[in-house]
Design a protein around this ligand. Structure first.
Ligand code: HMG
Ligand code: MG
Length: 299
């Protein structure tokens, strides 16, 4: 399959990146991060989550973040919603697109959202209905698509079943999450093949955490499989609170450098993106997790 001419980058740093941070991060710093990412030319930014603050304390200020950001036309500012309550809170905060999240493994579903996979799908149905009423688009996530921290291997057929359920209920796109970053390019290609039996490739996205250093290779493998949407996190921020040891998503700067090298258009400016990643890394007081940013900043 030939490579795409255009790729959409879904920036998940403010949500997936920051949700795992134990230290308090001010609303002002979160707003500045989102605004910096808008200035870098990203067309889709996951700003926060409307989840229980007892489960993910860092996302508690998401409504305030939405209230403070400078929204630009043609940029989607999205949030996670695990249930109808989360959807309603998101709507009240002016959110125009939400993401629901299911898991491909039962154990992860229980630890992450305290219910079985099928219960989670049932919980999403009223969200879909309310979203339709309010003209809100819903994106779907499947976690643990290439391995589970509690169950180990996850069968591609199981991922396909959950992805199919999300797509069938009206998610316009399903993001396949390698939550613990154990996937390798061969497994990634086999997974996409299995899921593509039920969902068009143009409706799938890749979401790779970089725990085992495979994420960029998995992005390339996915490109070869016809995937054109990738989730990534500026400065490689983050992890998942319910996947111990999982590191951040692949760094957006590194994915962008790869895509630029392949002549694939994204609309994102690398220098501005590096500045955004460096600024939040300094706020967090930690080294920048993007190899490209580190190299550029050292030169
Ligand atoms: P539960 O305890 O079963 O829910 O949690 P509950 O309905 O019994 O409610 C418990 C309490 O939470 C109640 O408050 C509710 O009001 C409140 P209390 O009476 O105890 O004071 N509550 C809420 N508060 C705010 N917003 C809400 C909400 N719902 C209930 N929406 C629940 C179930 C789903 C709420 C919980 O498990 C939860 O919030 N989980 C979120 C976990 C999470 O955010 N994980 C990280 C995101 S997923 C991820 O990172 C993976 C991904 O990146 C892809 C990948 O990498 O694979 C997407
Ligand atoms: Mg994730």
């Amino acid at each position: 399959m030939s490579l795409p001419q255009h790729v959409r980058l879904v920036e998940v740093g403010p949500r997936d990146g920051l949700q795992n941070e134990a230290q308090p991060i001010s609303v002002a710093d979160k707003i500045r991060l989102v605004d910096d990412l808008t200035d870098a030319g990203l067309s889709y930014i996951e700003v926060g989550s409307f989840v229980s603050p007892k489960w993910v304390p860092q996302m508690a200020g998401s409504a305030e973040v939405f209230a403070g950001i400078q929204r630009k036309a043609n940029v989607t500012y999205a949030a996670l919603a695990p249930n109808l309550r989360g959807f309603e809170d998101a709507l009240a905060a002016g959110v125009k697109e939400v993401a629901v999240f299911a898991a491909a493994s039962e154990a992860f579903s229980q630890r992450n959202i305290n219910c079985s996979i099928s219960e989670s799908i049932d919980r999403f149905l009223p969200i879909m209905e309310a979203a339709r009423l309010h003209g809100v688009q819903v994106r779907g996530y499947v976690s643990c698509v290439l391995g589970c921290p509690y169950e180990g291997d996850v069968a591609p057929e199981q991922v396909a079943r959950v992805a199919k359920a999300l797509f069938a209920m009206g998610c316009y796109e399903v993001s396949l999450g390698d939550t613990i970053g154990t996937g390798t390019p061969g497994a990634t290609r086999a997974l996409i093949d299995a899921v593509a039996a039920f969902i068009p490739r143009s409706k799938l996205a890749g979401h790779f955490h970089d725990t085992y250093g495979q994420a960029l290779a998995n992005v390339y493998a996915s490109l070869l499989e016809g995937i054109q949407v990738f989730d990534s996190s500026v400065a490689g921020l983050g992890g998942c609170p319910y996947a111990k040891g999982a590191t951040g998503n692949v760094a957006t700067e590194d994915v962008l450098y790869l895509l630029n090298g392949l002549g694939i258009d994204t609309g994102v400016n690398l220098d501005r993106l590096i500045r955004a990643g460096q600024r939040i890394s300094e706020v967090l007081g930690r080294p920048n997790g993007s190899r490209v940013a580190k190299a550029r900043l050292a030169s």
